[in-house]
Design a protein around this ligand. Sequence first.
Ligand SMILES: [Zn+2]
Length: 431
Amino acid sequence: MKAFDESEPPRYRERLATLVDGLVDRRRQIAKLQAEEAELLRDAQCLALERLDEPSAFPDRSGDIPLRSIAAEIGAATIQSDRTVQTHMSDAAILVERFPATLAALSAGQISRAHASVITDAGLAIADDDARAAYEVAVLPLAATETAGRLRPAARRLADQFQPLSLDERHRAARRDRRLWTTALDDGMAELGLIAPADLIHGIYDRATQFATSILDAERHPDTGDQLNGLEADPLPDRRSLDQLRADVACDLLLTGQPATAAQGSASPVRARIQVTIPVRSLIVEDDEPAYLAGYGPIDAATARCLAADAPGWDRLFIDPDTSALQLVDRYRPTAAQRRMLKARDEHCRFPGCRQPTDRCDIDHTIARAHDGPTTVCNLGCFCRRHHMLKHHSAWRVRQRPDGVLEWTSPLGRVYEDRPARTLTFAPAPF
Ligand SMILES: [Zn+2]
């Protein structure tokens, strides 16, 4: 391949130089605009905090509802998920309020938004303003010459020098952020993430590797393995790679192993379901009239009250006092068939832009039961907990059309439609 050097015709070099200069200039302009965007997002965050401080606006001060509502307003207007917007608002507030020199460098086009994020991520734990300012002075010249990827480890090292807390103290704080989560991937796959102390994570990885390696060894030396296991040789060799084996072993352990930190039997992933019928008087006045456990018989009222306290939902039964015949079931909870229908129709939370799967959603009555909204599919919708709360605790309003389209009206009065996901798509027939 021919090198692009001074032997190239001058017109090529001139054209490339013009392109590069143009791109450098655009990157500077983008950085300047991103600094302005950060300031606007921070202003939006301030506006939300002001609203939260007004006791009359949110009497129960329920969480960060004004913040979520404003994030949703911006997200709907800019076609972004409101979670993303809320994260951006928080990041912008950190940049503008705590890293003024970094914001100035971004505004001047000296660094990119990616560089600024690396600097704020690494320096966020420096609580003292003077120490943080000194860290900025040290890290910004590096940011002007290194890529964001290379800057990350260098920024962490520098931040450590300006950090008054010891690693032990920070580790103790960081342990509080341990968590487990999943991320959906393409082609029917998903990713399981786990943040835990590094020694445990490495121990887990090592143990899975040892299991996987022993399976590979048994494959390579079938005689030894078969003698040990007392099995006949498998006619089909195991062709899984070490990575595949490690993943399979980890799944087996997590699905079938007992968690050592939980009491025996208390951590089963499958929750037992029972049906208990309780006289309403037993619930209200602590009457001792017994309740009935389906398939068993009467159980004591105290046990029934304990079960009732944990029940996820209720069906109200109207019983003829003379004949004890069941006259009517007033169902608040959707039936299993309605749930299946809603899962198929909605696929994910029905707030514009949200992709939380229905497994993690609440089923909401569009017109509330308190206002005589029926428990029918046309009056039900799947909302994740975040957007369910937004619907009930903010000025966002929703109306459901007969075709399942939800019309959301924002606090600014703008209307956004959320259409049900199309479960079936039709490809043109091949010739
Ligand atoms: Zn949602």
